[in-house]
Structures are given as C-alpha cells and as structure tokens.
Design a protein around this ligand. Structure first.
Ligand code: 4AD
Ligand code: MG
Length: 462
C-alpha cells in the first residue's frame, strides 16, 4: 500500500479507511493501557495522533518509539473523540525504521532557542518552527513562478560564475582552480589570472541583472530566480553571503512600470501565502508575533506609498527622532532611516524613487535633472529594503559618459554597450531578496532562520 501524507489525511474524507503513514515521532504518552503518539511527516504543521491499543500487536513495538524515531504505521482512520485533533489513526501495525536514542536525541519536547537550533541545522527542519518556515518558503517559490508565468515572463537562467565585477566591486567571491599555495605571479606583485581555469579572473555572481538585460532585449519580459553571493562583511539579521534573488527585467518599460510590477508582485505573494499557509501563519502569529493573516491580507491589497528620495530626506529632516547616521541630500539612506519611514511615518510599505545618481550603480537611467537616476527601492516595515531596481540607461552616449566618470573599464563591457548600439529600447527591472521576503512574511527575527544552510561571515556549517 502507498503511504499517504498527513496533509492529505487532514484534508479529510478518509474516515474508516486503512492507511499507511510514515513519519517521525514527536511525542509519546501512555494512559490506561493505550498509547498516544504524535507523528509528523513534514507535509503539514499538524501532527497525526496515533492510538495504539494495548491488545494490538503494535503495542510491543512501543519501547522503540521514542521521540525522533522514524516509523511506518498501518491503521484505520477515525474521528477523534479527544480534544486538539479532528482525526486519529487506530494503529494495527508499527514498523520502526530508525530508532533515536532518547539519551542523546537533541530535540526534546520543550521549546529550544533559535540559536541552539542553528547549531543543529540538520535536525531543525523537524521542529514546528522550521517545518513552517520551509513550507512557507516553498509556497512562495511556487508563487514566484506562477506570478511571472501568468504574465508571460520567461524564466531565464543566468550564470552563477561570472567574469563581470561591475555591479559592486569589492564584495565578490573569487572562483579559482589555482593552487593557493603557489599562485602564479603577474606584473607588480599581483596574481596572473590568465593562468587560471577560465584564463581570467572569475567570481560568484552578485546579480544576474546584466545577463537578464540582454535576454530581455530579445525575449521581451524575463525573470531569474537563483542564488547570488556577496562577500560583504555584514553580520546583521538581514544579510546572508549566499541568498536567492528574483530579478525580473522588462523590455519597453520605464520606472513607473517597474514600480507597478514590484507592487503587484508583493501583493500577489502575500495573498498566496495567506490563502495556502493559514496554519503556518497562525503558528507564527502565536509564537513570534511579527506577522498575521490579517496583516498579510492588508498587505495583499493596500497600495504602496510612493515618495521621491528628495521628499524622503525632507521627511527625515523633520523627524523628532535622533538618528545615528546623518540625513542629508546626497547621502544614502541607512536602515534606521528606512525603518523610520515604514514603521513610523507611513506605517506600511514605501517605494522610494529617484535617488541621487552618485550613490547608485552606473547602469541606472539618468533623470532630466542630471542629478538623480530612475532608481527605486521598496521598503517594508521591520525588514527594510526588500527590492532594489531601476530603469536602465538605454542611451549609448549617456551610458558611456557615466562609465567614464565612474572609471568602469569599457573593455569588459562591450557586449553590454552593444545592447545600446543595436536596437536599444527603454527597459527596467528589479531584484527582490527572497530570504528577506520569507523573513517578512513569517516574521522570523533573523534571516539565518529562513534558509536551510545560512552562509555569513565565519559561518559555513552544514
Ligand atoms: O539592491 P540590490 O543590490 O540590487 C541588485 O542586485 C540589482 N542588480 C537588482 C536588479 O535591478 N535586477 O539587491 C536586490 C535585493 C535587495 O533589495 C535585498 O532584498 C536583497 O537583494 N539582498 C540581500 N539579501 C540578503 N542578504 C544580502 N547580503 C543581500 N543583498 C541584497
Ligand atoms: Mg539595494
């Protein structure tokens, strides 16, 4: 007989049926000659109550059924007379697939701190919290694809290894097959990367945008959904060294279209999670108190506030709050400023647009005022920046001049400039940090707890 997932059992209509269920034991108790086991199989937040009567042959297996053991059980589903669950499985057979020594099994019934669970990253997905996080993450990943596929965006696969370092030089991981103990010397003491695997220096990508641009400039609307790597030394609750990013890129689109897409995207994702992860969100609401179905419902409809960078700086200048970092036109907004806008002034998501060009990347389209670019950041309460995007500079002369001013060598970028030489057109896109989204939606305080294997400075376990 095929095994059935607990999620399907909870969905109903199987009373009286003989079922096979596999999972891990959460807890076991005995009372008046009957044993009760809570079984989890990861498919849902709910556990299935197993009832093992003393007269059943399965009762003799109970000594091996401690917390953490893996079992395959056969039994008949019935309505549960007890409180706390709708159904229970009256067990006729238990096969213990893998025992778990109760003396050493690290997950006990009592709650564990998130820090402790980070040290047992290989076992934490068995807890309520991490089961819920990864199920929400999965629903969100599916919803990302649905959103774009419904709108005829093509999923494109941009490289993980790249030779372009122009997005934000300084925070890249080098990829090399050179012998690190015997690096070939080049001129003036540097390493000769022409002898490296690719014949030049290569990196892990920080963003698939530049490649997505050329795909958009032939396929129309595209999106990427893949990992990005940043070697910045940021030890915060919002930064990872390896994270997943979704980057749509639209041909024949401007910054207004870009903001609209970003807003529709977040609305859509919130409504999907509210509809499909009710139990998980209710769990997060109860235990972490940073999210709720009601809040997600609001977020899936409420229009985002839009404000120019210039007005945002004025707003911050009027604030009574003392900020650690200065507020002045031309300086980048720090997360304390972003949080003030979302949490105090507007109490909701905010899109800040038209940033000073000198604090933004070379490819962003210059506005007619010659001091700002058509860039936008979407800021969410508590999490801060979740999306960064822009309209791209499609005018060859303006782009070349900007690259010269910023001392970006043209030779690596000929292909990028070609897109402006041959059939150039307005286009725009953005990047959404997937873990920040999962963090926002689940209300988990630390980004390291929304990805199975977090990478951060000095952290690469599991
Ligand atoms: O603002 P960023 O750096 O934008 C880009 O990379 C553009 N090339 C995107 C584009 O226009 N196609 O990064 C985009 C988003 C940020 O808003 C943030 O949510 C997330 O990626 N992000 C990080 N998330 C986790 N850890 C980090 N170290 C992150 N750095 C950026
Ligand atoms: Mg950014």
């Amino acid at each position: 007989m095929d095994r059935i997932r607990i999620k399907q059992i909870i969905a109903g209509a199987r009373i009286g049926q003989l079922l096979v269920v596999c999972g891990w034991i959460r807890s076991k108790r005995e009372s008046k000659g009957v044993a009760f086991i809570a079984l989890s199989d990861g498919s849902t937040q709910d556990t299935l109550q197993l009832v093992v009567p003393s007269e059943s042959a399965a009762f003799n297996q109970l000594h091996a059924c401690s917390t953490g053991a893996a079992v395959r059980v056969t039994g008949t589903l019935r309505e549960s007379p007890g409180k706390g669950q709708k159904y229970e499985l009256e067990v006729s057979g238990i096969e213990v697939l893998g025992t778990a020594d109760p003396e050493t099994y690290p997950l006990q019934k009592k709650g564990h701190s998130l820090e402790f669970l980070r040290d047992i990253g290989h076992l934490r997905p068995r807890t309520n919290t991490f089961g819920a996080v990864f199920r929400v993450r999965n629903v969100l990943a599916g919803a990302v694809h649905n959103f774009f596929q419904e709108r005829d965006f093509m999923w494109v696969h941009t490289p993980v290894i790249t030779s372009s370092d122009c997005e934000g030089a300084g925070d890249l991981f080098t990829v090399t097959s050179l012998d690190l103990d015997r690096l070939p010397a080049g001129s003036n003491g540097s390493t000769d990367f022409s002898r490296d695997f690719f014949g030049k220096r290569a990196y892990l990508t920080v963003s698939g945008q530049l490649e997505a641009e050329f795909l958009a400039m032939s396929l129309g609307d595209v999106y990427t959904f893949g990992p990005a790597f940043r070697a910045e030394n940021s030890n915060t609750s919002r930064h990872l060294s390896e994270f997943w990013m979704i980057e749509p890129e639209m041909a024949f689109a401007d910054i207004i279209d870009d903001m609209k897409l970003a807003e529709d995207f977040i609305h859509y994702l919130c409504s999907k999670v509210a509809a499909e992860c009710e139990t998980e969100i209710a769990f997060f609401e109860k235990f972490y108190k940073n999210t709720s179905l009601k809040a997600l419902g609001t977020l899936s409809e409420k229009p985002f506030v839009r404000i120019s960078y210039t007005d945002a700086v004025k707003e911050l200048g009027r604030a009574k709050k003392k900020f650690e970092y200065p507020v002045e036109w031309g300086l980048d907004l720090q997360s304390e400023h972003e949080r003030y806008l979302t949490d105090t002034v507007f109490r909701g998501p905010v899109i800040v647009v038209d940033y000073p060009r000198d604090i933004k990347a070379f490819y962003m389209r210059q506005n007619p005022d010659n001091r700002t670019v058509a860039a936008m950041d979407v800021l969410l309460p508590k999490v801060g920046e979740i999306i960064g995007g822009s309209q791209r500079e499609e005018r060859l002369d303006v782009l070349e001049q900007r690259m010269e001013e910023m001392e970006i060598p043209h030779e690596h970028m000929q292909w990028y400039l070609d897109l402006r030489r041959y059939g150039s057109a307005p286009h725009a896109g953005f990047g959404l940090g997937f873990e920040r989204l999962v963090q926002y939606i689940t209300g988990m305080p630390n980004i390291r707890d929304v990805i199975p294997c977090p990478r951060a400075p000095q952290l690469i376990r599991f």
